[in-house]
Design a binder for this molecule. Structure first.
Ligand code: BES
Ligand code: ZN
Length: 489
């Protein structure tokens, strides 16, 4: 019998007993396989954790040009691992930026092909002094693993690698897979977008899966059906050619730091709502059904505030905090500098100032159009004697994935099997810009099945991954691959 002939794809039989009382599950080959897979995963938990620790040691910060070799080493480490564990066509592709890693396993002709995406790059680790243990020396505390990248996204990417390795080893994988791991997600995937165009054949698939989002809360798995888009710009404000004595020159000579503050303040109204003309024009409002569904989620606003140690929240008028977080566009200053920031006081009128600004967008806002609106708004308000330079950084389109899609339904059942709890649907304030390109360029819809937690401190000091979620995530990935043929005929 060839591999493809094996009766792996038959669906489970649920035979009712003749009197109609109770049910008797007939074990099919499929179920026997899954028992073996789960047993193997359980027995390998220590190894999986050790291997994750190794992966987390690479300081693969994509934004830091001095770490180029570390990104390469991290990708190479993953390449070796995939090569040694039964994946085929394991290729490390050089790009203008950091390498893209692809691999495949295509032992089930006729079965669906899943594109599995993850990113091995991480956010910068600063501010370093706020970490309780060094960001690239993983530490186990309180049932969690602490390290930069533990949840975003190495720990989550690894859930698929570990599930697939076990299924391949047991010849229990009923679908075909193409793995696509990149090293530039955190800087807007500049190399991956052209890569998709150039490698459509290699990436040909029926659906995609990404684990790079959160569960709604500990113990409550979720599927994310909406991601925000992003528009990122940088402002350079210059005034006099040199720093000046603030007494001798202050007043008539407009201070660039003051000017930057004026410009930034003009972006908001008194409620914090974005005051840029046209900003909300393309926004698709929440449906009454969505609002109802959000309201039914066990969102504990007091606990949310307590976790962040903030005394209050300022949701957009007319919306709840959750609605604002997930479905309303926002605009944030990500950083600004200018003038004297050393110890003590210096009476200086600085010659320049800088700010980085990003907007999170929702359907159907267009990032380029939003950048145009922002730039026009700011240019109209530049004070006399001041020059403004606007640099456009990366963009990402917002996404909504169809909840009735087969891949989402398979994900729902997989999560329930793995965590023993019925999952919920949620949206998300974060962005994974490549999801839109998957649809646009490759024509595939994506399941966003995440295992991070809101308290996982993603992008922040003390980023962590709950071990229960790491192991549960591996089980959920295995269940997903196992169940998918039942949903995608
Ligand atoms: N994994 C995150 C997205 C995310 C964050 C999902 C929090 C769920 C909860 C992703 O890696 C990320 O951070 N993306 C960037 C994209 C940007 C740099 C283009 C983001 O959202 O800031
Ligand atoms: Zn991520």
């Amino acid at each position: 019998m060839t591999q493809a002939d094996k009766p792996l794809l038959c669906s489970g039989l649920d035979m009712r007993t003749p009197d109609g009382s109770g049910s008797q599950q007939i074990e099919t080959h499929q179920e026997i396989n899954m028992d073996l897979v789960l047993a193997r995963l359980l027995s390998q938990q220590d190894d999986h954790l050790d291997e994750l620790i190794e992966l987390l040691r690479f300081p693969s910060v994509s934004a830091d040009s001095t770490r180029k070799a570390d990104l390469h080493a991290c990708a190479e480490h993953l390449r070796q691992e995939l090569k040694l564990s039964g994946f085929k066509d394991v290729i490390l592709h050089r790009t203008a930026g950091h390498p893209v890693l692809t691999a495949s396993w295509k032992g089930r002709p006729g079965a669906p092909t899943v594109l599995v995406y993850g990113h091995y790059d991480v956010q910068p680790e600063d501010p370093l002094d706020l970490w309780e243990s060094p960001p690239f020396e993983p530490e186990l505390r309180d049932g969690r693993i602490y390290a930069r990248g533990s949840m975003d996204d190495k720990g989550q990417l690894y859930t698929h690698v570990k599930a697939l390795q076990a299924m391949i080893a047991l010849d229990a994988l009923p679908v075909n897979v193409v793995l696509l791991f990149e090293g530039e997600e955190e800087i807007g995937s500049p190399s991956l977008r052209p890569f998709l165009q150039e490698h459509k054949e290699l990436l040909n698939s029926d659906c995609a899966v990404i684990s790079d989002t959160n569960m709604f809360m500990k113990g409550l798995p979720s599927i994310t059906y909406g991601l925000k888009g992003l528009c990122y710009i940088e402002l350079d404000v210059t005034g006099p050619a040199m720093d000046l004595h603030s007494g001798s020159y202050g007043g008539p000579v407009v201070n660039p730091v003051n000017a930057l503050c004026e410009l930034l303040a003009s972006l908001y109204d008194e409620n914090g709502k974005v005051a840029v003309k046209g900003f909300y024009d393309a926004v698709v409002d929440l449906t009454p059904q969505e609002r109802e569904a959000f309201a039914a989620l066990p969102f504990d606003e007091a606990a949310f505030r307590a976790d962040l140690k903030v005394a209050g929240l300022r949701p957009e008028p007319g919306y709840t905090a959750l609605e604002h977080l997930w479905a309303r566009p926002t605009c944030d200053v990500n950083g600004m500098h200018g003038g004297f920031i050393g110890e003590g006081a210096k009476t200086v009128l600085p010659s320049r100032a800088n700010a980085k600004l990003s907007c999170r967008l929702v359907p159907d806002q267009d990032p380029e159009k939003i950048a145009d609106l922002l730039e026009a708004h700011l240019r109209e308000r530049v004070p006399v004697g001041i020059e403004l330079k606007v640099t456009r950084h990366h963009n990402g389109r917002p996404v909504i994935v169809p909840m009735d899609h087969a891949v989402i339904q398979a994900g729902m059942e997989a999560l329930e099997k793995a965590f023993g709890v019925k999952p919920v649907y949620q949206r998300e304030g974060g962005s994974i810009p490549i999801v839109d390109d998957f649809k646009d360029v490759l024509g595939v819809d994506t399941l966003l099945m995440g295992f991070g937690l809101p308290e996982g401190r993603c992008h922040s000091p003390n980023e962590n991954m709950e071990l229960e979620n790491f192991f549960g995530g591996i089980r959920a990935a295995a269940w997903f691959y196992h169940l998918l043929p039942n949903y995608m005929k």
